[in-house]
Design a protein around this ligand. Structure first.
Ligand code: DC
Length: 231
């Protein structure tokens, strides 16, 4: 049975990773969260004093890039794939607001993107993969068999992310989360290196007013139709 590549792009906090995980599980495919990779590099930069206020010491980071290893390992107890930075499990740290607030400064650095895109392409070489991010259908896998572009109103996204962080006992206000989403939307779409764009062959899913179950049913049908078409 031939396998396909499913590329899921879209704005911050619109449920890309939830959908990607559901699809990967239903199809028995690998799931790769590329945002986690940019977050891991951001954590590295924060820990190594390469970010002061909003200024990134790009030269210092570039010199260290080849010492940074980002990988994933499946946690069989929690049934999730976890992110590792130089062998250390950083899954929890990379989700914290301090990382969220700085990650787009790191994600716009061309050398960082080149390094991560290369790793992402290797991860997808055997197909059978659902990858989510901002540039998957446009840059990483422009020939992906199925491209989904997800969106939702920004206040809906902020409320969802706020509830998620609260549930994990993160002390953060709704206003802080909203501001973070607005600034990341702006950074993601306006950067010069691989900005978030809706490519012509992507299918748009706006989930502001549909349930996660409805969204999953739509996406799974699209995926199954594509798989049938390549077999
Ligand atoms: O999906 P996320 O919120 O975890 O992504 C974290 C940041 O990384 C986000 O601000 C955009 C950036 N990103 C990117 O530039 N390209 C990707 N393929 C994935 C994420």
């Amino acid at each position: 049975m031939n396998k396909i590549i499913i590329a899921i792009d879209g704005y911050s906090s619109c449920g890309k990773s939830t959908l990607a995980k559901q699809l990967a599980q239903a199809l028995n495919y690998i799931y790769i969260d590329t945002g986690a990779m940019y977050r891991a590099i951001t954590l590295f930069a924060l820990r190594n004093d390469m970010i002061k206020d909003d200024q990134v010491d790009v030269e210092k980071l570039k010199k260290k890039l080849n010492t940074i290893e980002v990988s994933f390992a499946y946690n069989t107890q929690l049934n999730i794939s976890e992110t590792y930075l130089n062998g250390e499990n950083v899954e929890k740290e990379i989700r914290e607001i301090i990382v969220s607030n700085k990650v787009s400064k790191i994600a716009k650095i061309e050398e960082v993107r080149a390094k991560l895109v290369e790793i992402q392409r290797v991860l997808g070489k055997d197909k059978g993969l659902v990858m989510d991010g901002r540039d998957i259908g446009s840059v990483v896998f422009p020939d992906a068999d199925l491209k989904l572009f997800m969106t939702a109103h920004y206040t809906v996204r902020a409320k969802r992310r706020y509830d998620e962080l609260k549930a994990k006992n993160n002390k953060v206000s709704y206003e802080e989360v909203l501001a973070n989403i607005e600034s990341r939307d702006n950074d993601d779409t306006s950067r010069t290196s691989n900005p978030l764009i809706q490519v012509a062959d992507a299918i748009v899913i706006d989930n502001s007013e549909i349930t996660p179950k409805e969204q999953f049913d739509i996406a799974l049908k699209l995926a199954k139709d594509k798989i049938a078409a390549v077999n």
